[in-house]
Design a protein around this ligand. Structure first.
Ligand code: THU
Length: 140
């Protein structure tokens, strides 16, 4: 990916963080998912009074893309932190990592996490989810 696209991905995640619906935790997360076709899908966490229906920002972005017929991805950027506070490094939760491995190559999919548009790092999905259970396990 070009530096320009990377910058756009980071900015989109930060922008979508503002849309977080998180009245219960007050923790706001934004994500931006880059499809191989170049489209960027933004997502935010969407909480619920019953708590368990809560959807993370990452899965919001994935489900938006998949529901549009897009299933091939290159990278995701994720930024989180308490409302009004500094950003904290927000690594994706286990459920979101499992959704990522459903669609993404562990060695090619990049996960950007950090604390600002100028301070973030890249990890592979394999680093985040070693020894995974993926669709290829279900091929007889
Ligand atoms: N959350 C995300 O959206 N993504 C993550 O990677 C970690 C956690 C959300 C879920 C919940 O709305 C809030 O952050 C606190 O856990």
């Amino acid at each position: 990916m070009t530096k320009e696209v990377e910058k756009k991905l980071i900015e989109t995640a930060l922008e979508y963080r503002k849309r977080a619906y998180s009245p219960y935790s007050e923790y706001k997360v934004g994500a931006a998912l880059l499809a191989k076709n170049g489209t960027i899908y933004g997502g935010c966490n969407v909480e619920n009074a019953a708590y368990t229906p809560t959807n993370c920002a990452e899965r919001t972005a994935f489900f938006k893309a998949v529901s549009e017929g897009v299933t091939e991805f290159e990278a995701i950027a994720i930024f989180g932190g308490y409302d009004g506070g500094e950003l904290k490094v927000c690594a994706p939760c286990g459920v979101c990592r499992q959704v990522m491995i459903e669609f993404c190559d562990p060695d090619e999919f990049t996960i950007f996490i950090g604390t600002s548009k100028d301070n973030y790092e890249a990890h592979t999905l394999r680093e985040m989810l070693p020894f995974s259970f993926s669709p290829k396990e279900l091929n007889r």
